[in-house]
Ligand binder design. Structure first.
Ligand SMILES: *[C@@H]1O[C@H](CO)[C@@H](O)[C@H](O)[C@H]1NC(C)=O
Ligand SMILES: *[C@@H]1O[C@H](CO)[C@@H](O)[C@H](O)[C@H]1NC(C)=O
Ligand SMILES: *[C@@H]1O[C@H](CO)[C@@H](O)[C@H](O)[C@H]1NC(C)=O
Ligand SMILES: *[C@@H]1O[C@H](CO)[C@@H](O)[C@H](O)[C@H]1NC(C)=O
Ligand SMILES: *[C@@H]1O[C@H](CO)[C@@H](O)[C@H](O)[C@H]1NC(C)=O
Ligand SMILES: *[C@@H]1O[C@H](CO)[C@@H](O)[C@H](O)[C@H]1NC(C)=O
Ligand SMILES: *[C@@H]1O[C@H](CO)[C@@H](O)[C@H](O)[C@H]1NC(C)=O
Length: 863
């Protein structure tokens, strides 16, 4: 033991000067000189004082005198290899120096006449390949790939009669493929890819290699007719991608081909003539890429027999207009690329049979109609850009988008909403998508998210404002108990009255305070009411009649700008607000129905869901979930119950269905007297708008953001209503809607008409409206018509902005919420409102940013 350690130190000191440890002119001496010259230090596995045959990678003959095999890959050997090192290992059969940093070879290396296997790949060898390569008559495998060799390949390669594998890829060899190589009849694998080889192959090239299984000539500049490639009867892999081959791909390639890559050449001819040789069978084929050629005709393949095909790329050819090829039988297909192949008509639904499909590119065609259901099990890349597709993206597809690597729906008319996908991703995947109505993602995606947030908020609330929060929670529980549960017994009554009215016939006319409207339907029970989630209910207009007691004043909730809003129960236990859009729409029934169907699919925890609709003569009737807890306008400004004629469908807030226990009007003071709760309303409303603006393509602009459009649902979550309705109205109303409601109209719409072209609403006009709501939540004052100290003829925005500018914002805070949270929080919120109400739309933040800012406020509390 002690001797061993001593010996080790001795060794180190003795070997400090190289070459000392091995006898001169032995193989051990040559190998150690080589390794040490190239920068390798003595180590456990290359202990230069030990016998060389024990070093890692050094293999000797039976007498342990001569090296027959040297494997020194990835050792960081660096620089010029000197003479009198490896060039003297004359018995060497296998030499592998791959993956090092060698820059030049010694001239004596060409004397290694025993070499069978030479691997110098992944080095930095440069210059011309010596003709002395012809000395290696026994060479079976030569790999010089990934170096910097240049110049022409030596004709002397004709001497390499034993060569089975030749890899010269990724170098700078130029000129042409030498005819000498055609002497290497034993070649099984030939890789010349990634060089600068040009000119054409010699006639009979293919026929020279009867044993060749693998041929890669890709990424060169090789010309030539297809025919020079014929005759390779054993070929399974053919890659000539990225060259200048011409010809017609007709019966030229022999062999049982499995992989064929002819992409990026100049192959021509009618596709129907594609026939890859006599030994060829479609059933062997696994991979075929004919993209970026000049093939014409129509795609016609014996695909039914291509049972093993996994990869098919025919993109960018010159096909004539053609229908989508039949491809449903190729069950193992993983990659299908038919980009720019002149496809017309619809995408066939048989695509859904392709259950292994990972990549589908059918971009740049003329495909129309809708996107069919696809098999989404494995789909990771989808490109349908530049077509004429319309309608909604199937929900099953929308659901998997967040887990996909890439998708692109640009330059179509497809529509879509999802809060699961980052806005930037969405934007780049829906470029140039013009008009259309958005649709929503799977609602269940949102539900999970929403409940998580809710839990979080309750925890936060408890940590800072215990007293008030408890009030909030208790109230929430109260309303959950009383507000949301409905007695099913009510049903029986309604349903029976419904039956009586079934025989009623119209036209029906109805009066509210300010409107008379007529539903021109002959038979009330012949006009369907669509309830999206319960299609089997088969409701009709007569059910609406009975639900609202024939649209009786007693069930009137509000007189909105577009018509009256009623409240009622539909069969099936659905408590609804029925909004009659009295004013004429320019849309046809079909268009309006489609529009309403789309709106029905937009789901978000902070949006009032559209439950259904009915087209009754001229009237479009939108049916919404009834919001139990009224709207923000009424709550905030303590308005009395009953019909508000100035506001759009406000509800009679606190009237509980069961008036037995008399818990009436209990909440309007209690609820909104904490900043915590008001902040929650602000954040929820901001989330709804951010979703409409950034989660939908095209973005949905609300156009009428105001306190009375914000409702509280049965779990006291804020929900924004009325999104997307503006579109249902005709052009005449467009202006009025654009202008919004008094007090919420952004300054850009108040400029004199002559000075500016007609204003179109933008997301930034919604941001302004949101800013006003935020000020209302902070100050408890109405946007217009309230008393704003020190401001004559003022309005809320002018007043608060003035105070914020003077750094006196806190004076505007509603006394009711004063002290219910740190002042810094409210000051921050005032600043956000200030930003949102900036005169110039471009200075207002996006709703996405507003959500972030409002969330930050929560964390201020914790400090
Ligand atoms: C090769 O040499 C270069 C410098 O010439 C060095 O940066 C690189 O790390 C070396 N690579 C290896 C594998 O040793
Ligand atoms: C040569 O070495 C490289 C890198 O070590 C390896 O990937 C390659 O397969 C080898 N070539 C042959 C023909 O074995
Ligand atoms: C040739 O070498 C390259 C790496 O330089 C490698 O990718 C390729 O697979 C090799 N070809 C063959 C036939 O082994
Ligand atoms: C053909 O060779 C090129 C260049 O080496 C490569 O990028 C491509 O993937 C190859 N094709 C197939 C099917 O292997
Ligand atoms: C489809 O093929 C074209 C042409 O080769 C190519 O540019 C495009 O990237 C391919 N698409 C996919 C998704 O691979
Ligand atoms: C696009 O598709 C629509 C039907 O979806 C069709 O009416 C229209 O002609 C198509 N346009 C083009 C340019 O193919
Ligand atoms: C979608 O396609 C368009 C048009 O080619 C392109 O500009 C955009 O970058 C693509 N987006 C993605 C996400 O690939």
């Amino acid at each position: 033991m002690g001797v061993g350690i001593l010996g080790f130190f001795l060794v180190v000191s003795v070997c400090f000067r190289p070459l000392v440890c091995q006898q001169p002119n032995t193989d051990g001496f040559f190998v150690s000189s080589f390794l040490q010259n190239m920068g390798l230090k003595s180590s456990k596995v290359h202990n230069f004082s030990a016998h060389f045959c024990s070093w890692q990678g050094v293999f000797c003959d039976s007498k342990e005198e001569r090296v027959v095999r040297l494997v020194a890959t990835g050792l960081g050997l660096s620089g010029v290899v000197s003479e009198n090192t490896i060039g003297k290992l004359t018995m060497l059969e296998i030499l592998d120096l791959s993956n090092n940093n060698l820059t030049a070879l010694p001239s004596d290396i060409w004397s290694l006449g025993s070499l069978k296997f030479l691997n110098l790949s992944f080095n930095h060898l440069s210059g011309v390949l010596s003709s002395n390569i012809g000395n290696f008559a026994k060479l079976e495998s030569l790999d010089l790939s990934h170096n910097n060799f240049s110049g022409s390949l030596p004709e002397a390669m004709s001497s390499l009669l034993s060569l089975q594998s030749l890899n010269l890829s990724r170098n700078g060899f130029d000129s042409k493929v030498p005819s000498g190589i055609m002497n290497c009849h034993s070649l099984v694998s030939l890789d010349l890819s990634g060089n600068k080889l040009g000119d054409s192959l010699h006639d009979g090239f293919g026929a020279a290699f009867p044993k060749l299984q693998f041929l890669n000539l890709a990424e060169n500049e090789i010309h030539g007719k297809d025919s020079v490639l014929s005759g390779m009867v054993s070929l399974t892999y053919l890659n000539v991608s990225g060259n200048l081959f011409k010809g017609s791909v007709v019966g030229v390639f022999g062999g049982p081909l499995e992989v064929v890559d002819l992409s990026r050449n100049q192959f021509q001819g009618h596709f129907s003539q594609v026939n890859l040789g006599s030994n060829f069978s479609w059933s062997n084929l696994v991979y075929i890429d004919l993209s970026e050629n000049q093939l014409s005709g129509e795609i016609f393949m014996e695909l039914n027999s291509a049972q093993n095909l996994k990869h098919l790329n025919l993109a960018y050819n010159r096909f004539s207009h053609q229908r989508f090829p039949h491809i449903g039988m190729v069950r193992d297909l993983e990659y299908l690329n038919l980009s720019s192949t002149n496809l017309i008509g619809e995408i066939p639904s048989e695509l859904s049979l392709l259950s292994s499909l990972k990549t589908l590119d059918i971009s740049r065609n003329h495909l129309s109609s809708h996107i069919p259901m696809l098999n989404t099990k494995k789909l990771k890349i989808l490109d349908v850009s530049y077509n004429n597709l319309s309608g909604e993206i199937p929900l099953s597809l929308v659901e998997i988008l967040p887990s996909m690597i890439r998708f692109n729906f640009s330059y179509n008319n497809v529509t879509f909403c999802s809060s699961q996908i980052p806005p930037a991703t969405l934007q780049s995947a829906f470029i140039g998508s013009s008009d259309g109505c958005p649709i929503a993602a799977n609602p269940s995606l949102f539900k999970g998210k929403a409940s998580k947030h809710r839990g979080l908020k309750l925890v936060l609330a408890l940590t800072f404002s215990l007293t008030f929060s408890i009030v909030v929670i208790l109230l929430a529980l109260l309303f959950l108990a009383f507000g949301c549960r409905r007695k099913p017994t009510k049903w029986a009554v309604k349903q029976s009255s419904c039956k009586e009215e079934q025989s009623m016939s119209g036209p029906f006319s109805f009066r509210t305070d300010s409107t008379t409207w007529v539903a021109d339907v002959k038979q009330a029970n012949s006009v369907p009411v669509v309830i999206f989630e319960k299609p089997l209910l088969n409701l009709t207009f007569s059910d609406l009649l009975s639900a609202t007691s024939n649209f009786d004043q007693g069930t009137l909730l509000a007189e909105g700008r577009f018509g009256p809003v009623y409240r009622g129960y539909l069969p099936g236990g659905i408590h609804v607000a029925v909004k009659v859009l009295v004013h004429g729409s320019t849309m046809t029934n079909q268009e309006a129905a489609r529009e309403l169907e789309y709106l029905g699919r937009i789901k978000h925890p902070n949006l009032v869901p559209l439950t259904g609709y009915c087209l009754a003569g001229e009237q479009r009737i939108a049916i919404y979930d009834y919001m139990e807890n009224g709207n923000l306008h009424n709550l905030l400004h303590d308005l009395p119950l009953g019909v508000q004629t100035t506001e759009d469908w406000s509800t009679d807030t606190w009237e509980l269905q069961d008036d037995s226990n008399g818990i009436q009007n209990v909440g309007s003071e209690g609820l909104l007297t904490t900043w915590v709760f008001r902040h929650k309303i602000a954040l929820g409303t901001a989330r709804a708008l951010a979703f409409l603006h950034h989660g939908c393509s095209p973005p949905i602009i609300h156009r009428d953001v105001k306190a009375s459009s914000v409702y509280l649902d049965c779990s006291l979550e804020p929900r924004l209503s009325d999104f997307g309705l503006a579109k249902i109205f005709g052009n005449g109303l467009e202006d009025e809607i654009a202008r919004g409601s008094p007090g919420y109209i952004p300054p850009e719409f108040l400029q004199p008409a002559e000075t500016s072209s007609p204003k179109t609403p933008t997301p930034k006009s919604d941001v302004y409206g949101f800013g006003v709501i935020l000020f209302e939540l902070l100050t408890g004052k109405k946007p217009v018509g309230d008393d704003y100290p020190e401001e004559k003829d003022g309005n809320l925005v002018i007043w608060v902005r003035g105070l914020v500018r003077k750094n006196q914002g806190l004076r505007a805070i509603d006394p009711k919420i004063h002290g219910t949270a740190p002042e810094t929080q409210m000051e921050e919120a005032l600043k956000i409102g200030y930003l949102c109400t900036a005169d110039s739309p471009s200075k207002r933040p996006s709703m996405q940013q507003v959500v972030g800012l409002l969330k930050d406020i929560e964390s201020i509390t914790k400090q």
